[in-house]
Design a protein around this ligand. Structure first.
Ligand SMILES: NC(=O)c1ccc[n+]([C@@H]2O[C@H](COP(=O)([O-])OP(=O)(O)OC[C@H]3O[C@@H](n4cnc5c(N)ncnc54)[C@H](O)[C@@H]3O)[C@@H](O)[C@H]2O)c1
Length: 334
């Protein structure tokens, strides 16, 4: 039986998900492409052969000919559209973050609890990336002993001057780091400090965060949205008996003019192409077989990322360490 998927949002990520559904997900079809901008929806639908085009996401979620939903519209739409999916009894792969507000995430968790089952999987796709998967496997095998620290670097080429702030670096870019550190270390964040150096121009300076965990580990996160050389995300896990670092996977190296170089990606799409595909296929397997994907981020993970981000913004504003206190984890997410 073919699973009929609706993709909501036909921007950068929506087009990518539409491509995966249409070309890389045997057993699924691209049933509806929905964007409030009809022209954009139609152009992506035409490229990937979507059966229908729509502009109203809530109506799409309610359609009888839609079995499951991928949400790739802007952040503020994620919680309301996830709630609509829960109400309609449909599973949703919602792009990160579940919300920038932890209160919205609580609402989604309450709705899932009331429905008696999880309906939401979040697009924290690093969990499906081969480099992070191997890092976790090595850690679990005892290769480096107890993990003491994790260092994370999240660098983008550039952002337009004045358009991006340090707080946005924490709420928009860093949630991937917040999710992967919790997943990698199997623990929760308990406190955060956030500082910025001063740039000589008006572009946003890097944000450097120090996060403490419930298992007395220290995690550093650098988010540098104006790194000036390309998209570069990397991590190193430091244990008592060694350390594991992710490698930048480059298929070629250029030798020229007495030097050698490898290229950096312009953005996240090439770097995580395999992770997006594996993640979306895991979503399909969940829809078809009913088992929640082992690696997936749940609404609880979305709540945790939002809580860390909120504390991070407070820490940056106050210039002081902020404690992070989660609610007790609901049974449904254990
Ligand atoms: N997982 C990742 O690595 C990753 C990477 C980038 C972005 N994202 C997330 O994906 C989401 C989309 O990002 P993007 O870069 O594709 O944005 P985008 O601006 O390129 O596209 C968003 C699209 O949603 C449409 N839209 C806006 N409101 C809508 C609504 N209510 N209903 C239907 N369509 C609506 C817009 O018209 C636009 O076409 C964001 O939440 C972002 O945080 C995730």
């Amino acid at each position: 039986m073919t699973t009929r998927i609706a993709v909501i949002g036909a921007g950068i990520m929506g087009a990518d998900h539409a491509k995966i559904v249409a070309q890389d997900m045997p057993g699924a079809c691209l049933q509806v492409l929905c964007d409030m901008d009809e022209t954009r929806a139609r152009s992506v639908a035409d490229i990937y052969g979507a059966r229908h085009v729509a502009t109203d996401p809530e109506a799409v979620i309610a359609r009888d000919d839609v079995d499951a939903v991928i949400v790739a519209s802007p952040d503020f739409t994620h919680a309301p559209l996830s709630l609509a999916c829960i109400k309609a009894g449909k599973k949703v792969m919602c792009e990160k973050p579940l919300s920038q507000k932890s209160g919205d995430c609580l609402e989604v968790m309450n709705a899932e609890e009331a429905a008696g089952a999880r309906h939401v999987m979040l697009g924290f796709m690093r969990r499906y990336d081969p480099a992070y998967l191997e890092m976790r496997k090595m850690l679990k095998s005892g290769e480096i002993g107890r993990a003491l620290m994790m260092h994370n670097w999240h660098r983008n080429g550039d952002t337009p001057a004045g358009d991006f702030t340090g707080a946005m670096a924490i709420t928009n870019s860093a949630p991937h780091e917040f999710d992967i550190l919790r997943y990698m270390l199997d623990t929760e964040a308990t406190a955060i400090t956030a500082r910025q150096p001063k740039r000589s121009d008006s572009k946003v300076a890097p944000v450097v965060m120090v996060i403490e965990t419930a298992d007395d580990q220290i995690v550093t996160v650098e988010v540098n949205n104006n790194a000036a050389y390309g998209y570069d995300v990397k991590a190193e896990l430091v244990g008592e008996q060694g350390s594991i670092a992710t490698n930048h996977a480059a298929y070629t190296r250029l030798d020229k003019a007495m030097s050698k170089s490898v290229r950096h990606d312009p953005d996240w799409r090439d770097r995580y192409a395999e992770a997006y595909r594996t993640q979306d296929r895991a979503f399909l397997a969940w829809v078809q077989r009913g088992y929640y994907p082992e690696l997936a981020s749940s609404s609880w993970d979305g709540y945790a990322a939002a809580m860390i981000a909120e504390a991070g913004v407070r820490a940056l504003g106050a210039g002081a360490r902020q404690e992070i206190t989660f609610i007790a984890k609901p049974e449904i997410y254990k």
